[in-house]
Design a binder for this molecule. Structure first.
Ligand SMILES: *Cc1c(COP(=O)(O)O)cnc(C)c1O
Length: 502
């Protein structure tokens, strides 16, 4: 199978290994499969008996046709081992209160769903480098607002042929997130604090990628910069797997009749997770509606309802920070598929987004989006109330992002009367965003004046749940990364790290 750019100015078709190595197309577009593979009902049935790893091999093989089955199996086994995931099912489905199903995607080392893709990406990427004759070491540069940086560090730690450097803003990550990063182990990792906010760190990283002279210097030293961000095809493909596995697990338990359709509710930020659900649906998985859940940064809700994407609005900091996004990059892939692969129109819309922050899709594309997707949003207050009421109803504790999904599903059910069985995609462990979760479960008075580490303990004691290994005793681990730089010292920091320390 060959891949192409959404924008069509870069006309070469590339293999999946090249796609994963490139990350983004040279014309600024995203890389998409030339044809979406189809899984027949019979093939779907045959996958029922496989465990998560077996299912992952089947689905990834359909997309990564230039990798051998043996190569894919090696990647899958290194990524989804019992050492990395604290559930043997990797992505278990639970039904805590007798009605809604939850697909728990946070059993990996950093307790959020990004582990599922970032545990396998390094292996796919090093194989891609070998397959395409790349001789340099790969250096992953990441600017993070919290979750991605830690998940990428855990994924790339000690992977031969790679190094990873993560920049996080001094102002802008939680205490738990900061401790997760500065205590990071591994011989090929570096973590650097940047004086400034996330935009400063992100702009700094973009400048380094764009600095031709610096890249030539690195090339001489046999380094090649690469990115692990969510528009890389190697992050998207592994996410398709858990939609299949959730469906097949429900079918195996007898919860679905043959061919019965289900809904998925996906807490959405950059549109990566829900786009993987779209690919699963296009591949023939029996899916009815995809429900896109947003917080008050509800650009996507407006877009799905009206066909107008409008990012010209106030940015809100919420208690579901991984969804605080006004430009959902992966949406470009959806537009490509639903506009009938119309390169010219994609270019026009993306140019308008760049120029004025607004674009309107044509009526046909809008109608097709409306047939597949529904969207709503929930504010912080509703999020806290939802966490509280779920806990009271069945003792089940969800994180803030997942709670947005539950609340939006309630609105969907009222608005449409649809009674299709529904799976809420649970994107983080409740312990990862423990301050808000403790506030919702234990009450305002119980959290006042306490730091996040204390609240982890108290939340565990009150709910009877265990603190995940990745978050336990974080404040007692030694800080291994202490470098802090100004925004204009980031290039020098990379040079120093690569040529002198790791
Ligand atoms: C990244 C993230 C999301 C948003 O996922 P997208 O693929 O960006 O839409 C939702 N919840 C959590 C906990 C996340 O870390």
């Amino acid at each position: 199978m060959l891949y192409e750019s959404t924008r069509g100015q870069y006309q070469r078709k590339v293999s999946s290994a090249e796609a994963i190595k490139m990350g983004i197309a040279p014309d600024g577009g995203l890389i998409v499969p030339g044809k979406i593979p189809f899984i027949t009902g019979e093939q779907l049935q045959e996958m029922t008996a496989l465990d998560y790893r077996g299912k992952a091999v089947r689905i990834l093989k359909a997309f990564l046709s230039d990798y051998t089955e043996k190569e894919i199996r090696e990647c899958v086994e290194q990524a989804y081992s019992s050492e990395k995931f604290d559930s043997s099912e990797v992505a278990p489905v639970r039904k805590p209160d007798g009605s809604l199903y939850f697909l728990e995607l946070w059993h990996g080392p950093t307790c959020a769903f990004k582990d599922i893709a970032l545990q396998i990406l390094p292996h796919l990427l090093t194989k891609a480098a070998a397959k395409t004759g790349e001789e340099a070491s790969i250096v992953i540069l990441v600017a993070t607002s919290g979750d991605t940086g830690k998940a990428a560090l855990e994924g790339f730690k000690d992977v031969p042929g790679t190094k990873i450097i993560v920049f996080y803003p001094v102002r802008g990550v939680s205490e738990v997130q900061k401790f997760q990063m500065v205590t990071q182990e591994g011989a090929n990792v570096a973590v650097v604090a940047v004086r400034g906010n996330f935009d400063d760190a992100q702009t700094g990283v973009k400048d380094i990628f764009g600095d031709a002279e610096f890249n030539r210097l690195l090339q001489k030293e046999h380094y090649r910069l690469s990115s692990a961000n969510s528009i890389n095809w190697g992050r998207l493909a592994p996410q398709v797997v858990y939609y299949f596995s959730a469906y097949l697990d429900l079918a195996a338990k007898g919860a679905l009749s043959p061919g019965e359709k289900i809904n998925f509710v996906v807490p959405t930020g950059n549109f990566g997770n829900i786009l993987a659900a779209f690919y699963a649906r296009e591949m023939g998985l029996p899916v009815n509606r995809l429900i896109c859940a947003a917080n008050v940064n509800n650009v996507l809700t407006g877009f799905i309802r009206t066909g107008v994407y409008d990012r010209v609005r106030k940015f809100h900091r919420t208690i579901s920070p991984s969804m605080d996004i006004l430009i959902s990059s992966n949406l470009e892939r959806l537009l490509y598929h639903l506009s009938g692969r119309d390169h010219a129109r994609i270019r026009e819309w993306m140019a308008a987004l760049n120029r004025s922050g607004v674009y309107r899709v044509d009526a046909g594309t809008r109608a097709r989006i409306g047939e597949i997707f529904w969207s709503g949003y929930a504010d912080d207050n509703e999020t806290l109330t939802t966490i509280n009421s779920l806990y009271r109803r069945g003792g089940y504790v969800v994180d803030t992002h997942t709670a947005v999904g539950v609340r939006v599903y309630e609105k969907y059910a009222v608005a449409t009367g649809d009674s299709t069985k529904t799976v809420i995609v649970s994107t983080a462990s409740p312990f990862k965003f423990n301050e808000s979760v403790a506030r919702a479960v234990l009450g305002e008075d119980a959290v006042r004046g306490k730091d996040e580490f204390r609240l982890l303990e108290e939340l565990a004691a009150a709910t009877g749940l265990e603190i995940p290994a990745g978050l336990k005793n974080l404040d007692k681990k030694p800080a291994r990364h202490r470098k802090t730089v100004d925004r204009n010292q980031m290039t020098a920091a990379v040079e120093d790290i690569l040529l002198r320390s790791i």
